[in-house]
Design a protein around this ligand. Structure first.
Ligand code: PEP
Ligand code: MG
Length: 324
């Protein structure tokens, strides 16, 4: 990074030819919030609500959740905070809600758990809506969607809570609702999904794992986890194009957004928001400020016709060196 953290924090994320990128952060703990604000975050693209659930020894009450969500919303207001509904299962376990399965990543996780337990979902959404009173910077995001019916069911529950809370006199607004694209089936239904919600956000960690059939946490197959696999890049490009085709925002909140090379390609693909771990934000901002969109688009065109993940990665690294 050529500029100091502080100097960079107050500079906009604009490419040399004037293309503005929105850089948001992923949060979980309150400590992430402080770091994010210090690093110049313009909003939260993913608040992992399972984090406060995981550090507890029982399900947090509605009031406890509300206090916790309020803290996040207040810290960033008026910037948006995207709260993902509980995403447990897979690699994220709750000691007080054990799930034992042979194939946890293909099992009961994310939206599947909360639609089977609507009482968990309803309490959580109620806590989110009440926490947003007077701030209006809440967005709700649904994890692990693999069927349109799950979106419809979830929206139905969210509307139900919204009307209840309004009837009780709370002055809340219906928050924008979005869907995570992280299961391969969703790649081919982005238009149908995006038409039903306000935004989509790619979970590239899970999307890559599921597309390549490589457990993201298994060191034995780690060398097969290629973030720049040609099929993954094609999928990411298609997702952004299809969301835009129906007039919806395309975001990404997987680790790829916090990788300088990844951020360049995602910018070239037309993503509107890159959401990342706060520690990566200054680096990504600095890189995007040093390139032009035209150059990134040319690079993307060249990489999209390559067939080896290794060659794509090394070409990208070489290009990055060129820009310093
Ligand atoms: C993802 O899958 O890319 C993502 C952002 O969600 P998580 O890492 O929490 O599964
Ligand atoms: Mg995920």
């Amino acid at each position: 990074i050529s500029k100091g953290l502080e100097e960079l924090r107050d500079l906009p994320c604009v490419t040399k030819d004037g293309h503005h990128m929105t850089l948001w952060v992923n949060t979980g703990l309150m400590t992430d919030v402080v770091r994010s604000l210090n690093h110049g975050a313009e909003g939260v693209g993913l608040y992992r609500t399972e984090v406060p659930f995981m550090i507890n020894d029982r399900f947090p009450s509605e009031q406890e959740q509300r206090d916790c969500y309020r803290e996040q919303l207040e810290a960033f207001a008026p910037s948006m905070v995207t709260m993902r509904t509980l995403d447990v299962g897979g690699d994220k376990a709750l000691s007080y809600f054990p799930i034992s399965e042979e194939n946890p990543f293909l099992g009961w996780r994310g939206i599947r758990v909360t639609l089977d337990h609507p009482e968990i979902f309803l309490v959580q959404v109620r806590a989110m809506l009440k926490a947003s009173e007077g701030l209006d910077n809440l967005r709700i995001m649904l994890p692990m969607i693999s069927n349109i019916s799950e979106i419809e069911e979830a929206l139905h529950l969210i509307y139900r809570v919204y009307h209840e809370v309004r009837e009780e006199g709370a002055n809340v607004r219906m928050p924008p609702v979005g869907v995570m694209i992280e299961v391969p089936s969703a790649i081919f239904q982005v238009k149908e999904i995006a038409e039903r919600v306000d935004f989509i956000s790619v979970g590239s960690n899970d999307l890559t794992q599921y597309m390549l059939a490589v457990d993201r946490n298994n060191p034995r197959v780690a060398s097969l986890y290629h973030s720049f696999h040609p099929s993954v890049l094609q999928a990411l490009y298609k997702i952004a194009c299809d969301a835009h085709a129906v007039g919806k925002q395309a975001s990404i909140c997987g680790e790829l957004a916090g990788d300088p090379g990844g951020a360049i390609l995602l910018t070239a693909m037309g993503y509107d928001v890159l959401s990342m771990n706060a520690v990566n934000l200054p680096k990504v901002k600095s890189v995007l400020r040093s390139i032009s969109l035209r150059w990134a688009e040319d690079l993307l065109r060249r990489l999209l016709i390559m067939d080896s993940p290794q060659v794509i990665k090394s070409t990208l690294e070489f290009a990055l060196k060129e820009v310093g």
